[in-house]
Every structure is written in structure tokens, then in C-alpha cells.
Write a protein of this length. Structure first.
Length: 158
């Protein structure tokens, strides 16, 4: 039986909706993220959790939303959930030294010292690599070994 050529024409009006639905999800994710950041800045980390959760539900690749949700969990001493979110960030952004650092801090909260050391080491490695790369680019060098200046802030999220 030969398919009729006009059989799928009914779908054509819906193609733009299908194509732009991703944009809608991303816009909603950003809106929820911004709401969460406002609440977090106002000292309402527990309230911000719902917004960051809604952001990652709309866009599962939204690394910053995972990071700040993990930070909220961390401040609430829910270290297991924090580790899960920081792991998600490092999966999405393997060069995110900040996520490795806070993941290490959450692992300390769980008293998993070997994993904490591993994450702190990765944080330092990422930070040092980024600093050397930035320094070389800033000096117009293509390669070279130089002095790296780096710090790790343990007091607050940046």
C-alpha cells in the first residue's frame, strides 16, 4: 500500500510550536533561576530551592541552577543533595572548579574525606589551569610556565 502524500500535511501548522517549545522552557528556566537568585540574595535560601528546582526541571542542562540549588542544600546541611547537584554541575561543566570546591565541602559534611580531598584537588587543578591559561593569554603568550596567582574563597559563594 502506497502512502498518500497529503497524509502528514496536518502537522505543518504545529511545526513552529514544536521548534520554539525549547525556547519557552529555557525562558521559564531563566525566570525561575532569577527568582531564586533574588530570594537567595535576600537571605531566603530555603525559599529559593523551589525556584532552582523549577529551573532545572525546565532545562536539565542549566548548570548554574544546579549549582545554586546545591548551595541552598549545603546551607541547610543537606549534604547528600548538595553533592548530587554539584556532581551534576561538574558533569555539565567539567572545568567548573567552584563546583568541585563546594562538592568537596559537602563531602566533608558527609565525613567522606577521600572524596572531599579528590574534589578539592580537582578544584585547585581547574583553578590553576584556568589561571595559567588566562595569564598566558593576557601576556600574549602561546605557552610557557609562569607564576600563577590563585585563591580559593571559603567564606561565600562567588
Amino acid at each position: 500500500m502506497k502512502p498518500k502524500s497529503g497524509r502528514l500535511l496536518w502537522i505543518l501548522p504545529f511545526v513552529p510550536l514544536l521548534l520554539c517549545s525549547c525556547d519557552v522552557h529555557k525562558k521559564l528556566a531563566v525566570w525561575h533561576y532569577q527568582q531564586g537568585m533574588k530570594k537567595l540574595a535576600g537571605g531566603h535560601g530555603a525559599d529559593a530551592l523551589a525556584d532552582f528546582s523549577a529551573a532545572v526541571a525546565q532545562d536539565p542542562r542549566f548548570a548554574d541552577a544546579y549549582f545554586y540549588r546545591g548551595a541552598c542544600y549545603f546551607t541547610l546541611s543537606n549534604y547528600t543533595a548538595a553533592v548530587n547537584d554539584f556532581n551534576q554541575v561538574t558533569e555539565l561543566e567539567p572545568g567548573n572548579g567552584r563546583a568541585f570546591f563546594y562538592n568537596g565541602a559537602a563531602e566533608l559534611g558527609l565525613k567522606d574525606f577521600p572524596r572531599a580531598i579528590t574534589n578539592f584537588t580537582r578544584a585547585i587543578g581547574n583553578l590553576l589551569t584556568k589561571t595559567l591559561t588566562t595569564t598566558a593569554a593576557w601576556h600574549g603568550q602561546t605557552c610557557g610556565i609562569g607564576t600563577a596567582h590563585w585563591t580559593i574563597s571559603t567564606g561565600s559563594l562567588h
